[in-house]
Design a protein around this ligand. Structure first.
Ligand code: UD1
Length: 388
């Protein structure tokens, strides 16, 4: 079985890592990796391959930055000839970036089935480029791997009713027998990679001493969503909130390249406020250590909301909606938008809770994905990894 993964942006490299490792264990699986080049700085791309032991991509299209339409179109145009040459049985796409949609569109136009990893998530905000990418990718995929029940419910509401259910250690098809799309709740690859990495991150990362930080004595912040970085007013409001927060404890702010560009254009005084420490984007291991030991995380990232929850750190989300609704329902995450007062109030109020049920699967997501792809379409309940 030949699988081709399309990745291009930082969170996709993280999700790719456990799958690469899993696929390598099975000689019957040939896994080709295509990097679109959406993210290209060392600290946004290569450092993740090096740290997580992901082999060099077989293809790097070096597409780089551009407007959404241009970037997505370049991806479709340049992925197509690779697919024609490689002839994979499945194309795997991850998450919600322009690389996700570009990969999915190139594949379905060639009638190559698409497996969407991290399917079914919705913010219900169609002004987010990621929401459009998610909806379109889900609707053209054959197999939809959902991390959560909320994702499964969203797909069901949108008419994707075929289900792959794990029953007595066997995958069975239920729901619409004539469905052309199949949804499976397999947990989250980010949980799996986090479990694989936490010990080694604790041993190898020197981020806390190098920044002079003690556990529970700082906040960690990331901001890069278009709604916050394309709109200077939103971003300035966030900075005002952070300036207040930094009066209580240092604020560590690894700056995404998109955000750095905006910072260069706005009032420097806001940025140098008090105790806000702006640093370059950090590696995956450093981020795990920073989040695990922070008093709280303030972010507009999707992945960090989950990682904060898994690591038991309260999260304050700088958006007015989230795809990771269960972190809010459990009381570990709060949505505050960009109002400075709401941000600082939430920081004062948010504390660790006693109860934190496991929301993101059992850490075997990569195995379930492989089983389903291997056994599809003759999935009857007798799928086994033996003999792959
Ligand atoms: C993208 C994804 C978002 C994901 C995020 C992770 C889309 C629509 N958005 O947002 O879902 O959460 O990645 O980081 O695909 N840049 C660099 N160096 C790099 C990468 C980007 O300088 O290595 C600059 C580019 O000049 C670009 C800007 O950052 O203009 C934004 O990059 P882009 O790839 O468009 O989207 P992200 O904001 O990173």
């Amino acid at each position: 079985m030949k699988l081709l993964s399309v990745v291009g942006a930082r969170p996709q490299f993280v999700k790719l890592a456990p799958l690469c490792q899993r696929f390598r264990e099975y000689p019957g699986v040939d896994h080709v990796v295509l990097h679109t080049g959406q993210h290209y700085d060392y600290r946004m791309s290569k450092i993740f391959f090096d740290q997580l032991g992901i082999p060099e991509p077989d293809w790097n299209l070096e597409i780089g930055s551009g407007t959404h339409g241009w970037q997505t179109a370049e991806m479709v145009k340049n992925i197509e000839p690779v697919l024609l040459k490689e002839k994979p049985d499945w194309v795997l796409v991850y998450g919600d970036t322009n690389s996700t949609l570009g990969g999915a569109m190139a594949a379905v136009k060639l009638h190559i089935p698409v497996a969407h990893i991290e399917a079914g998530l919705r913010s219900f905000n169609r002004t987010m480029p990621e929401e459009i990418n998610r909806v379109l990718t889900d609707h053209c995929s054959t197999v939809l791997f959902c991390p959560t029940k909320a994702g499964m419910d969203n797909l069901s509401r949108e008419g994707m009713k075929g289900r792959l259910i794990l029953e007595n250690a066997r995958w069975v098809k239920t729901g619409e027998e004539r469905s052309v799309q199949w949804c499976a709740m397999v947990g989250d690859l980010m949980y799996e990679v986090l479990n694989m990495s936490l010990d080694i991150a604790g041993r190898e990362s020197t981020i806390l001493p190098s920044l002079g930080l003690d556990p529970d004595s700082y906040y960690v912040v990331t901001v890069h969503r278009a709604e916050n970085t394309d709109n200077p007013e939103n971003f300035i409001n966030i900075l005002k909130g952070l300036a207040q927060v930094s009066k209580w404890k240092p604020v560590i702010f690894p700056i995404h390249p998109r955000t750095k560009k905006l910072m260069e254009q706005i009032n420097r005084e806001l940025i140098s406020a008090d105790n806000i420490k702006c640093i370059d984007p950090v590696s995956y291991f450093d981020m795990l250590v920073l989040v695990k030991n922070a008093r709280a995380v303030l972010t507009d990232s999707g992945g960090l909301q989950k990682e904060a929850y898994i690591l038991g750190t309260p999260c304050i989300t700088l958006r007015s909606e989230t795809e990771w609704v269960e972190t809010v329902e459990m009381g570990w995450n709060v949505l505050v938008g960009t109002d400075p007062q709401a941000i600082s109030n939430a920081v004062l109020k948010k504390d660790r809770l006693e109860i934190r049920p496991q929301l993101y699967g059992d850490g075997k997501t990569s195995r379930y994905i492989l089983e389903i792809l291997w056994g599809f379409p003759a999935l009857t309940g007798d799928i086994t990894l033996k003999g792959l």
